[in-house]
Design a protein around this ligand. Structure first.
Ligand code: ADP
Ligand code: MG
Length: 309
């Protein structure tokens, strides 16, 4: 099959809300009056974000999931996606599996694939652009945290990072390969959370982004960070590394006024996601991890940076 046949067979689906989908020079959208658009791109590269030979279906899922996670962190409802694929070979079997993983997640969240690009490439490369919508003025910016806010996190952290060291732990491996973007939670946090980010590079690094953008500090009680049960049996230093600097969990970290605790709990319950209060935003610029007594936790951590490691 050539490039055009692959696209027609696996990616060309009739548009629903888009005016025009796959097949012309551009897709065409008509944004709803009064709504804002949120746009994001995330790229996955073989040898960098996944190993050669990684399961095609999980790559289809994960490459879309990481983009939907960014939309969720703004409080946006996902609507459309564009998919750019660099393929070492026109392997129809691979593309079929990839498309199955991609569309299974897309359909759950009402995302339409409206276009993309397909090219031959020495390394398998997947780049997705996702577009979401939300009412004007309610997006969750990284820059809006204020001293006194509670810091919350959804789900559990550390599992995906643990899978990189201990791939035999099935629960961790599932977190790495099949992340669940917190789309519904993000939407329910509009007008309720003050700021939000998704944890792609590790709690310490991602919380530091909120702190920098908002010109505040933060204190997190280490023991409160929610983690998979298997962490009880881990070496303490490994657990700390996975929890503070492990990326790829795609949970939401957000801040909200203490007076909104019940409302946050209700929003999380209706989204079907657990949320945990792990700390608070402070004046200043320091990011501190402390134990129950307030003493600093040994933290030789740094967030993942593509140009440092
Ligand atoms: P052009 O050369 O004008 O950019 P292409 O031949 O690259 O057109 O693409 C033809 C159509 O197929 C376009 O509508 C494009 O958006 C779509 N398309 C190409 N690759 C993909 C893909 N991987 N997923 C979805 N749509 C794709
Ligand atoms: Mg093209």
């Amino acid at each position: 099959m050539n490039e055009f046949e692959l696209i027609r067979r696996y990616f060309d689906r009739a548009p629903d809300r888009a005016l025009l989908g796959v097949g012309d020079d551009c897709a065409m959208l008509r944004p709803n009056a009064g709504l804002e658009l949120a746009l994001t791109t995330d790229m996955l590269v073989e040898g960098r974000h996944f190993a050669a030979g990684a399961d095609a279906r999980s790559l289809g899922h994960k490459s879309l999931a990481v983009n939907l996670s960014d939309l969720a962190a703004m409080g946006a409802a996902p609507r459309w996606a564009l998919l750019a694929l660099g393929l070492p070979a026109a392997d129809a079997k691979w593309v079929e599996q990839f498309a199955a993983g991609f569309f299974a997640l897309a359909e759950r969240h009402g995302v339409e694939l409206i276009g993309g690009d397909t090219t031959r490439s020495p390394l398998l490369t997947i780049s997705i652009t996702a577009i979401g919508e939300l009412p004007a003025g309610v997006a969750l910016y990284r820059s809006a945290a204020q001293a006194g806010d509670d810091i919350w996190v959804s789900g559990e952290l550390g599992g995906a990072a643990l899978a990189l060291r201990r791939p035999e732990i099935a629960e961790a491996k599932r977190r790495l390969d099949w992340p669940e973007p917190r789309v519904e939670l993000g939407e329910r946090l509009r007008g309720l959370a003050r700021s939000a980010i998704d944890v792609s590079d590790g709690l310490a690094g991602d919380l530091a982004h909120i702190a920098e953008r908002s010109r505040v500090g933060a204190v997190v009680e280490y023991e409160r960070i929610p983690r998979p049960a298997v962490f009880k049996s881990l070496d303490a230093a490994l657990a700390r590394e996975c929890l503070l600097s492990g990326g790829d969990d795609y949970e939401l970290v957000f801040t909200a006024l203490p007076s909104r605790r019940d409302a946050v709990a209700a929003a999380a319950a209706s989204a079907g996601v657990a949320v945990t209060r792990i700390g608070r935003i402070e004046a200043g610029s320091a990011l501190r991890f402390v134990d129950r007594d307030g003493a600093a936790v040994d933290s030789a951590f740094a967030s993942f940076d593509h140009f440092l490691s």
